[in-house]
Design a protein around this ligand. Structure first.
Ligand code: SAH
Length: 395
């Protein structure tokens, strides 16, 4: 018998709409003494069972649903089925070299708290909640069986683990040890991914579609790649025929890799520069020096980490977009992103509109961008949509 988490009256509504989270405030009582990660039955106030989920005693998200069918059994075979489905959904992308895709996008693939990225034949997983933590080894078996990959590396070193009451952990997990750098090819560009030390699982796979758009827009343009990390957008722009790319980032090691990748892709060394600096300060300095660009990409880190950070985060987005607009030549393009899930797309668009007003520039929205299709959004889980981008033209 599983423990039962009974909801307060009315709090079953979101589950009936197949939203997979039970917040601590929705819980009336817990019968039994489930441990972290144990499977519990979630029941409405009238006792009707609604589904099975993983119990997480330390998290605000007290239960994450594995299934909305209370007759299921959550075991290794059940979870392997979900892993297999997620892998099959991605198909075999193929291409002109080792490819990379997100294979498991957590809640959006029915596996709350589990993220798995594939780089060539290397898997990299983030175990971010008590549920997948409990079934860790069974999930690893399933991932290796479903993909035939050579190795699995763990990057469960994200801050959300702390909210779950779980220790941060990173390192070799299964099979072949991850090489220091894993090579992938995306849009005809060779990238090297540092799966051990890089951000997240090593690379911003969510921007794959947007990098392709930037490549298509970059021909002949002088490009500023703001918040460049290891050069993603800028290398795509060089491949697309950009006249020149300036990668701007605060991280020296990330820029060193961007430099190496430029060379390894055979681009003429005169076509790019890297600048290690704080973007907010450097964009202002460049205004004073009269510098300008034809295309500016802004892909900053998440400025809104929690609801209470929303006002400050909005000010950050406003400022960086304002400063970038001041550097755009007439007819120039601004490709600007927010990866803050708590900042809704409409509000982000208003912020960019405000920045244009303050900059005294007329701005046209040409296109909206979002996370690549290997980062699907489960329609009953709008939180799955976090990345939004705008392609704008300034007068
Ligand atoms: N566009 C990249 C991902 C960017 S991640 C890609 O497609 O791969 C965000 C980057 O912003 C990180 O590399 C981080 O080092 C950088 N960063 C964070 N704060 C910064 C600041 N104030 N100034 C410049 N760079 C910053």
């Amino acid at each position: 018998m599983t423990a039962v988490v009974q909801l307060k009256p009315g709090r079953e509504k979101s589950l009936r709409r197949r939203h997979p989270w039970v917040f601590s405030g929705a819980v009336a009582r817990v019968s039994g003494t489930p441990n972290a990660g144990d499977t519990v039955t979630v029941a409405a106030a009238d006792g009707t069972p609604l589904g099975l989920g993983a119990y997480s005693p330390h998290s605000q998200i007290r239960v994450r649903l594995w299934t909305f069918d209370p007759r299921e059994t959550v075991d290794a075979a059940f979870l392997a089925g979900l892993v297999e489905r997620a892998v099959v959904r991605r198909g075999a992308p193929g291409g002109d070299g080792p490819w990379a895709r997100r294979l498991v996008h957590a809640e959006n693939d029915g596996l709350p708290g589990l993220v798995v990225d594939r780089y060539g034949d290397q898997l990299v997983a983030q175990v971010l909640a008590a549920g997948p933590e409990k079934w860790k080894e069974e999930l690893a078996d399933a991932l290796l069986a479903a993909t035939g990959c050579a190795g699995l590396h763990e990057r469960s070193d994200a801050d959300v683990r702390i909210k779950e009451g779980l220790p941060v952990r990173a390192g070799h997990w299964r099979g072949r040890e991850a090489p220091a750098e894993v090579e992938i090819v995306e849009g005809g560009v060779r990238y090297l991914v540092d799966v051990r030390q890089g951000h997240k699982t090593g690379f911003y796979l969510d921007q794959r579609a947007a990098r392709a758009r930037v490549a298509a827009l970059a021909a002949g343009r002088e490009v500023l790649n703001g918040f460049a990390y290891t050069g993603g957008f800028g290398l795509a722009a060089l491949r697309g025929g950009a006249a020149h790319v300036t990668h701007l980032d605060a991280s020296g090691p990330a820029l060193a890799l961007a430099d190496r990748l430029g060379g390894q892709n055979g681009f003429d060394r005169a076509r790019w520069a890297t600048v290690e600096a704080d973007a907010f300060a450097r964009l202002r300095q460049w205004q004073q020096e009269g510098r300008s660009f034809d295309l500016v990409v802004l892909d900053p880190p998440k400025f809104v980490e929690s609801r209470q950070h929303l006002p400050r985060g909005c000010r950050g987005y406003k400022d960086v977009n304002l400063q970038a607009l001041k550097l755009l030549r007439p007819g120039g393009l601004l490709v600007t992103f927010s990866c803050s899930g708590l900042l809704e797309a409409d509000l982000f668009q208003k912020i960019v509109a405000d920045a244009a007003l303050d900059a005294g520039r007329e701005l046209q929205l040409l296109e909206r961008l979002g996370q690549a299709d290997d980062h699907p959004v489960l329609m009953s889980f709008p939180e799955g949509a976090y990345l939004k981008g705008l392609v704008c033209r300034a007068d």
